[in-house]
Design a protein around this ligand. Structure first.
Ligand SMILES: CC(=O)N[C@H]1[C@@H](OP(=O)(O)OP(=O)(O)OC[C@H]2O[C@@H](n3ccc(=O)[nH]c3=O)[C@H](O)[C@@H]2O)O[C@H](CO)[C@@H](O)[C@@H]1O[C@H](C)C(=O)N[C@@H](C)C(=O)N[C@H](CCC(=O)O)C(=O)O
Ligand SMILES: Nc1ncnc2c1ncn2[C@@H]1O[C@H](COP(=O)(O)OP(=O)(O)OP(=O)(O)O)[C@@H](O)[C@H]1O
Ligand SMILES: N[C@H](CCC[C@H](N)C(=O)O)C(=O)O
Ligand SMILES: [Mg+2]
Length: 498
């Protein structure tokens, strides 16, 4: 497969070029290490290095040309194109390489700090119920029909993303739910995507190591609504940042809003009834009053359901179908129960890893233990090479809400696990909780199971659906759900020689 430079790059984006515009291109890459002869190499400034340092290597390996955004580098090279933003140019070129697959499908982008994966799962379930051919791309991977692709990031880099969309199009997928992270927006991974609608769930402190402050973080998320000319925006107006998004929003977008607090909104909750394993909500929609019942629990999941319901409403999907679809939803690793039998504690595995989501999930389970007079025992950690300001905050929230707090490792990545634990411990209120610390996550889970009684709830949180633990550069097999089962069995003496 080949293309030409002028087909791949926006002509008004090209500031200078030392190569002919009809030059043939045989592939695209942003990694000098992966250049094949005839490729177009995009030099992108990253967090650990800068692709501009590798333009020489790319040309030596046979790149047809390099795309750069630094005028000095452009002037020093024989075969280069100078553009305003190489990340943006790469996003657009990746889409054009595949004939812009998103234009032929309905793509809904879901952004916000928490709830993106849950909302995309709900949309997938609704579309399937409405006999649409759905596709999903996000934290748990990409999937459509019988296809399953693991991806390393929530929002894949542009080349991977457009490749996935192209395969979906080939397989006749017509509705795609795409998780759009703030870092993905910053790095223009979705620059070539034509969105039909965008959803904003909420905003709370996260990735501040990358964005610096909340205002910059908000602006990164807002790009999805401001830069992409989305025709439809679906926004949670219970969140102050959501209200600001609507207030400052473009008049060419149709703004649909939702509220779980009976606030004025397109879709809003009138009455909520919560049971330990179900929720029922009376909801006002422009089409009349409906009663939503779902296996998802927690007020935050009601907000996630409203987001999906609002998208479905604007797509004119029969609301009865939507209500049926939402009745029994399971999102792997999100308040996922691990069944250990009736003589065991109740155990949940969850993916909360931001201060706000930890507070939400602990509040849900606290209510249950208060009613049953059991204790809430929580095992948690914080990822290495991620916003360190989350650590003390997580320590504070877990210790304030739980009877027993066991701090352990999440994915330490390149960091010293004990240093991460020190940061977490600086936030622990030892008067409010029984506190333990063990860097080995397996030992921490075993301890939680050992300390618990059948009246207690054990929450193992932070890694959810993940099936590996990243220590240094190694990905070791680790699944919280399996480790919980193994710990319980070991405690019961199952599998031990009598
Ligand atoms: C901070 C961040 O987002 N990093 C991602 C980013 O790396 P980077 O921009 O820092 O790139 P870099 O390593 O500095 O290199 C810069 C450029 O030089 C090039 N290069 C580099 C070396 C070389 O020899 N030759 C060469 O050409 C690289 O290919 C790159 O184009 O681009 C890389 C390639 O696309 C990603 O693999 C990498 O993700 C890292 C692994 C990561 O963990 N990212 C996380 C923080 C992330 O993006 N998370 C979000 C948010 C999740 C959520 O909130 O839900 C996500 O969407 O997953
Ligand atoms: N709307 C919400 N508000 C607050 N917390 C939520 C919300 N939805 C889910 N959560 C909590 O956040 C956790 C992660 O949810 P989910 O995976 O849906 O979010 P996400 O935005 O996709 O996260 P990530 O940024 O890691 O991709 C859940 O396990 C739950 O504890
Ligand atoms: N999408 C999030 C996932 C965090 C999951 C948690 N287990 C961790 O490793 O910090 C991130 O990349 O920051
Ligand atoms: Mg996600």
């Amino acid at each position: 497969m080949t293309s030409t430079l002028n087909r791949l790059l926006d002509s008004h984006d090209i500031r200078a070029s030392s190569v002919p515009r009809d030059m043939l291109i045989s592939g695209l890459t942003e990694s000098s290490r992966e250049v094949s002869p005839g490729d177009l190499f995009f030099a992108r400034a990253g967090s650990s290095t800068d692709g501009h340092r590798f333009v020489g290597e790319a040309l030596t390996r046979g790149a047809a040309a390099v795309v750069v955004e630094e005028a000095d580098v452009h002037r020093s090279l024989e075969r280069s194109v100078l553009v305003g933003s190489t990340s943006r140019a790469l996003g657009v070129a990746a889409a054009r390489w595949h004939d812009c697959p998103s234009r032929e499908m309905s793509v809904v982008g879901v952004t916000g700090t928490d709830g993106k994966t849950t909302v995309t799962y709900l949309l997938e379930k609704i579309w399937n119920a409405a006999s649409k051919a759905s596709g999903l791309i996000g934290t748990t991977g990409a999937r459509w029909g019988v296809q399953r692709y693991p991806i390393s990031l929530t929002t894949p880099p542009a080349l991977e993303l457009q490749g996935l969309l192209s395969r979906m199009k080939r397989d006749r997928v017509d509705h795609v739910a795409l998780e759009v992270s703030s870092i993905g927006l910053d790095q223009e991974r979705v620059a070539g995507v034509a969105f039909d609608a965008a959803v904003f769930t909420n905003l709370s402190p996260e990735h501040l190591d990358v964005h610096g402050d909340m205002e910059t973080y908000f602006r990164a998320k807002a790009k999805l609504f401001r830069d992409f000319e989305v025709p439809i925006a679906v926004v949670n107006v219970d969140d102050p940042w959501g209200r600001r998004l609507v207030y400052e929003g473009s008049t060419s977008t149709r703004w649909l809003t939702y509220s779980a607090k009976a606030r004025a909104a397109t879709i809003r909750v009138r009455h909520l009834q919560v049971e330990p394993s179900r929720m029922r909500a009376t909801i006002d929609t422009p089409l009349g009053r409906i009663v939503l019942e779902t296996s998802l629990i927690g007020r935050y999941n009601l907000a996630n359901c409203l987001a999906a319901l609002t998208v479905a409403y604007q797509e004119s999907i029969d609301l009865d179908l939507v209500l049926q679809a939402i009745r029994d939803v399971r999102v792997p690793g999100r308040l996922e129960p691990v069944d250990l039998g009736s003589t065991a504690p109740t155990v949940f595995v969850d993916f909360a890893h931001t201060p706000a989501s930890l507070a939400e999930v602990i509040a849900v389970l606290r209510r249950q233990t208060d009613e049953s007079r059991g204790r809430l025992i929580t095992v948690f950690g914080c990822g290495g090479d991620r916003d360190p300001s989350k650590r003390a905050a997580a320590g504070r929230i877990v210790s304030a809400g739980c009877d027993v707090t066991i701090a352990t490792s999440d994915n330490p990545r390149s960091e010293d696990p004990e240093k991460i634990l020190d940061d977490i411990e600086s936030g622990i209120d030892a008067r409010a909780t029984e506190f333990h610390r063990a860097a080995d996550r397996r030992l921490a889970i075993e301890q939680a199971i050992r300390l618990s009684t059948p009246d207690d709830i054990v929450l193992v949180v932070g890694k959810g659906h993940e099936t590996t633990q990243q220590i240094g550069s190694r990905f070791l097999p680790f699944d919280d759900r399996e480790v919980v089962l193994e710990s319980w069995n070991a405690l019961q003496g199952v599998g031990l020689v009598p």
